[in-house]
Design a protein around this ligand. Structure first.
Ligand SMILES: Cc1cc2nc3c(=O)[nH]c(=O)nc-3n(C[C@H](O)[C@H](O)[C@H](O)COP(=O)(O)OP(=O)(O)OC[C@H]3O[C@@H](n4cnc5c(N)ncnc54)[C@H](O)[C@@H]3O)c2cc1C
Length: 237
């Protein structure tokens, strides 16, 4: 376990409602596994406030640690949103068992919205290390503008035949000419897009309501519970 004081080094707008926050690190590579999370402390009106965040960076990203947050109207988000570069923060981690299985495994990741953060860390790691995972990602979002990391994910899939990214838009505003799927990720889309679903390990991440719904859908398909790994972002309603 490590912990250190740091400063916000960079803030990146990823979509209308999502921002990434970066902190510098001195070591060449950071001591965490893709998919893990850390505790972030900031000061709100002079008082420390702590939240968990998955790393959206990969340990292979040199010189920084990054997390990515959906900015809500709640206190912590609002404080983060107003945080200027250079503000104090305390980081402590890493924690969590939501990590990649052994190299070469067949994986299916189901996620929506901000739940992409640990999966993005894993995919960057797989690409940087040229690993042999066979991975399909079903990524649900309400609109095209809200698909965080869209270009990066699509480029990654285009450059690696064993990685496939399927975007699913729930609407209501589906753009004309949209070539991806529409609706909500559920058992029908899993059957259609992941026909070998019984041979895969599922990684499910996001707010608790999303995780619970997706686990129920997989249970309806008789996917064994020990083939499902989950990362629940408690703190979202
Ligand atoms: C393992 C893990 C990983 C996570 N990774 C991520 C991630 O990568 N990205 C991400 O965005 N989130 C992540 N989260 C969730 C994150 O820690 C926050 O809980 C979440 O982002 C909500 O923060 P917020 O700023 O919207 O709300 P907060 O201000 O923390 O509010 C949370 C809840 O408290 C209530 N509340 C807030 N203020 C008040 C008040 N004054 N009075 C009464 N009620 C109040 C709100 O209704 C809300 O339901 C993760 C959580 C876990 C457990």
């Amino acid at each position: 376990m490590w912990q250190f004081d740091s400063e916000f080094a960079e803030i990146i707008q990823r979509s209308p409602s999502v921002k990434s926050f970066r902190f510098p690190i001195r070591t060449r590579s950071a001591p965490y596994k893709p998919g893990q999370f850390f505790f972030l402390t900031i000061k709100i009106n002079g008082r420390p406030a702590v939240h968990h965040f998955s790393f959206s960076s990969s340990p292979t990203d040199q010189g920084y640690i990054e997390f990515t947050k959906r900015i809500t109207q709640h206190d912590f988000s609002q404080a983060l949103d107003k945080m200027p570069v250079g503000s104090w923060a305390h980081l402590q981690g890493p924690q969590g068992n939501f990590v990649l299985p052994s190299n070469g495994s067949k994986i299916a990741s189901l996620t929506g919205g901000i739940g992409i953060t640990p999966v993005r860390s894993m995919l960057r790691y797989i690409a940087h290390q040229k690993l042999d995972y066979d991975m399909v990602l079903l990524f649900g979002n309400s609109s095209i503008e809200e698909i965080v990391f869209r270009e990066e994910l699509d480029e990654l899939a285009a450059s690696r035949p064993a990685i496939r990214v399927e975007h699913v838009l729930s609407g209501p505003n589906i753009p004309p000419g949209w070539k991806g799927k529409t609706g909500l990720i559920g058992k029908d889309l899993v059957i259609e897009l992941v026909p070998d679903y019984l041979a895969r390990l599922f990684l499910i991440s996001g707010p608790p309501s999303v995780v619970m719904t997706l686990v129920e859908q997989l249970s309806a398909l008789k996917v064994p519970q020990d083939h499902i790994m989950r990362d629940s972002f408690t703190g979202y309603d």
